[in-house]
Structures are given as structure tokens and as C-alpha cells.
Ligand binder design. Structure first.
Ligand SMILES: *Cc1c(COP(=O)(O)O)cnc(C)c1O
Length: 427
């Protein structure tokens, strides 16, 4: 039987232990808060406030407009893109940070559709999963309608059989936001290519959380989120990637982004009245990048890159699996008889870095009662209690304490208090 002392020993032996100090968690610790929602909004890196103050006071306050050149603001989106690329198996010059994930998905899907339909105009489907993140489905549906195509969704296990001559693009999120289930990117990309289908991957719940090998999987396009496991802060800009082969094809075909703004122009400061796309990944840029948010994102990504000296993403994955196994075992040992079921796959290689439970009637109030006891997870409609595990700062004792408080919430029935049924705007 696992004990809290056993968890303390696991923490003492954890190679990533020094990284917890890279996060501003002193206030949470002082209040007894256990943060298990880094997959919704990553915690604040300790270095971010000083860096932002420097960007504001020195680069903006003193440098003024000259900082576009002198402080290298104009190349920041590429610099951060190159850093994120190292975390997901992409090459330098293949990724850029811009806009939100939803907007980048629109651009990546548009590019993929254009390339496929040039040679195969009859391919008129975007294929995805019913349970994909709604924003991804909305964007794909709107784009499909505007392009005379249709969005077709199937369930996880039906994807392979649906890859046929009608499909142009397979659009998937590698780790499902609500179940934590992980797709086999390499196998699905291979199956898609064999059927003449291009792939667009959303890495929102993968980047910074588990090993991703975009080029190793021969993926075509990818996008992902900056404020989850990359710890870039609320509303951090997102990233967009295309393989070297796709970037070369977009160049050859002079593909224009559907959001063809001036900073995606080949020569923005020529102020030409006619649009000519920049070459390479820069063609995905539309307007001016949010420098403050980009600077904050760089801080979050730098912390992840520091983990390289401690074993890198493989060690992060190993700890993530250890944390999740502990969480699942403890829930099974200590919270039996309370109608909780495991939603996340039991097999570690089939899941991302979260544990999701379901409760038939009371998932929302149980999550609220847990938050009142300092365990911050979140509720995902209709019945899921979601707990994100961020190996950079989540400790094994945090998992112990979180499950201990979950047991108290369930046994006391305190979640039945009417205040926990009140719905907030953000869940
Ligand atoms: C978090 C997330 C997003 C977020 O999109 P925004 O445009 O940044 O709000 C998109 N897709 C997936 C799969 C996500 O998990």
C-alpha cells in the first residue's frame, strides 16, 4: 500500500526536483493550494515578472520604437518558434509563434486543403474526431463550408477506416482535452499518407508534456497552444508549424494565407499595395506580434529547455507517467464506492499528462468542493473531473494530498452544499 512517506521518497529521488523552484508557487504553497490545472493555464515561471518588467520599462519605456530592431522584437516570434520546435521534433525555421491556436488551425487547414485539392479536387472532406476540442471542430466546419467541403467526424477507433479517397485532410488533436487519450501520431500520419490524405495535428495538450516527433512522424502541419504546458501565461500566442517539404511546396505554389496581412508579406516595409507572400513559415504571419505575451512565452519555454540538462522531455514523460499511475492507484485504493470511473486510458502509453475521472451526477460540485479544499483541477462537461499533471512542478506528495482531499470531499458529502452547484463563467 502506498504511503505519504513513500511519496516523499519519490520526490527526493526525482531528477526534475530543482525545476519546481523555477515557478512562483510560494503563495500557492503557503495557502496549501495544489495546482493540478497546468493543462488549462500553466503556472507562472519565477523569471517571467522580471523579464516582463524589463521589456516594459527598458525595451518599451526607454527603447521606444527602436526596440523593434535593437531589442530584436521583430524576430522574436521566430526565435520562440525555434525554441518550441526543439520540444516537438521540428527543425529550425519551420515554426513560428503567432495568433491563437484556433486562428493558426484555420491557416494550417487552409494550406493543407489547398495543396491536396490542387491535384485531387474531388477530395472534399476534412476528417476529425467527434470528441475533438470544439474550437477545432468549429474552425474546420466553417472552413469546410466556405470551401465547398464537409467536416466529417468519427470516433477514435473509426479513424483508420474513414481514410479514403474522399478525404483531403485529417485534423486531430494528439491528446484529447477531455479524456487525455493519446493518438499514435506516427501510425495515423502513415495511414493518412497511404490514403493520399494530409495531416494537421493540434499539439495543445502535448507540447511540453510528452515527447513529440513531428519530423520523425513525417507530419505535414501542426499547431498548438502557448499557455498550457508551455507556461506562457493567459492568452499566450500559439505556434504553427509546417514540415520543410510543405514549406517548399507552399513556396513553389506561391500559396497565400487566407489572412494575408502585412507582416506575412515578402517585404513588409516596401509598403507595396499588392500582396506577395513571404517565403517559408513567415507566410503564416498576419499582423504585429504581441511582444509582451511573446516575451512571457519565451520564459515558459526556457524553463522547459532547462529540463534538458536533467534528462529532458523523456524524463518529464517518465515522471508524468509515475504521477498518473500513483493518482489512479490511490483513487482506486482510497475512493472506491463513490461512483467515480476512470476516463483516461489505463495504459500509460495511451494517455497524455492528465488523469480524468467521471462521476454520473456530481462532477461539477465535487470539483468545486475540491477547489475549496485547495485542490485546483477543473470540470469538463458533461461529467468529467480533470486533473493535469505538470512534471516540472507537480510533486508525488501533491498527488497523495489531492487524492486524500478528494476522499474527504466524497466521504463528508460536503460537495452537496448548494454553493458548489453555482456555475461560474469559466469552468
Ligand atoms: C486549448 C486548446 C485550444 C485553444 O485555442 P485558442 O484559440 O488558443 O483559444 C485549441 N485547441 C485545443 C485542442 C486546445 O486544447
Amino acid at each position: 500500500m502506498t504511503t505519504r512517506e513513500g511519496c516523499e521518497r519519490l520526490d527526493a529521488a526525482d531528477p526534475l526536483r530543482p525545476l519546481r523552484h523555477q515557478f512562483a508557487l510560494a503563495d500557492a504553497d503557503a495557502r496549501g493550494v495544489i495546482y493540478l490545472d497546468g493543462n488549462s493555464l500553466g503556472a507562472l515561471p519565477a523569471r517571467t515578472p522580471a523579464r516582463l518588467a524589463e521589456v516594459v520599462k527598458v525595451e518599451w519605456g526607454q527603447g521606444l520604437v527602436g526596440s523593434w530592431n535593437a531589442a530584436e522584437w521583430i524576430t522574436l516570434a521566430r526565435r520562440v518558434g525555434d525554441k518550441i520546435a526543439r520540444l516537438v521534433g521540428a527543425g529550425p525555421g519551420e515554426m513560428i509563434v503567432a495568433d491563437s491556436t484556433s486562428i493558426n488551425l484555420f491557416k494550417a487547414l487552409s494550406a493543407a486543403i489547398a495543396l491536396v485539392r490542387r491535384d485531387a479536387p474531388a477530395r472534399a472532406r476534412i476528417l476529425s474526431e467527434h470528441t475533438n476540442f470544439p474550437s477545432d471542430l468549429y474552425v474546420a466546419d466553417t472552413l469546410a463550408r466556405a470551401s465547398g467541403m464537409e467536416l466529417v467526424t468519427v470516433d477514435h477507433d473509426g479513424l483508420g477506416a474513414s481514410l479514403d479517397e474522399h478525404v483531403a485532410v485529417l485534423m486531430l488533436t494528439e491528446v484529447n482535452y477531455r479524456t487525455g487519450r493519446l493518438h499514435d501520431m506516427k501510425a495515423l500520419t502513415h495511414a493518412a499518407h497511404a490514403a493520399g490524405v494530409m495531416t494537421v495535428w493540434d499539439l495543445s495538450h502535448s507540447a511540453g508534456a510528452l515527447p513529440v516527433d513531428l519530423n520523425g512522424a513525417a507530419a505535414d502541419f501542426a499547431v498548438g497552444c502557448g499557455y498550457k504546458f508551455l507556461n506562457g501565461g493567459p492568452g499566450a500566442p500559439a505556434f504553427i508549424w509546417a514540415s520543410g517539404a510543405m514549406l517548399a511546396r507552399l513556396d513553389r505554389e506561391e500559396w497565400r494565407s487566407p489572412l494575408s496581412g502585412w507582416l506575412g508579406h515578402a517585404d513588409p516595409f516596401a509598403f507595396s499595395p499588392t500582396y506577395r507572400p513571404a517565403s517559408g513559415v513567415d507566410r503564416f504571419v498576419c499582423g504585429t506580434p504581441p511582444i509582451l505575451s511573446l516575451a512571457a512565452l519565451e520564459c515558459g519555454v526556457d524553463v522547459l529547455l532547462e529540463a534538458n540538462a536533467l534528462g529532458g522531455i523523456a524524463t518529464i514523460r517518465e515522471k508524468s507517467i509515475g504521477l498518473a499511475e500513483l493518482f489512479i492507484d490511490l483513487v482506486q485504493q482510497r475512493c472506491a464506492g463513490h461512483e467515480l470511473s476512470l476516463v483516461t486510458p489505463r495504459e500509460p502509453s495511451h494517455r497524455g499528462s492528465q488523469v480524468c475521472l467521471s462521476h454520473p451526477a456530481a462532477a461539477y460540485p465535487i470539483v468545486q468542493a475540491l477547489i475549496a479544499r485547495g485542490v485546483v483541477g477543473d470540470f469538463r462537461a458533461p461529467d468529467v473531473l480533470r486533473f493535469g499533471l505538470t512534471p516540472l512542478y507537480t510533486r508525488f506528495v501533491d498527488v497523495w494530498d489531492a487524492v486524500d482531499r478528494l476522499k474527504q470531499v466524497l466521504e463528508s458529502g460536503e460537495w452537496r452544499a448548494p454553493k458548489y452547484a453555482v456555475q461560474t463563467l469559466v469552468t
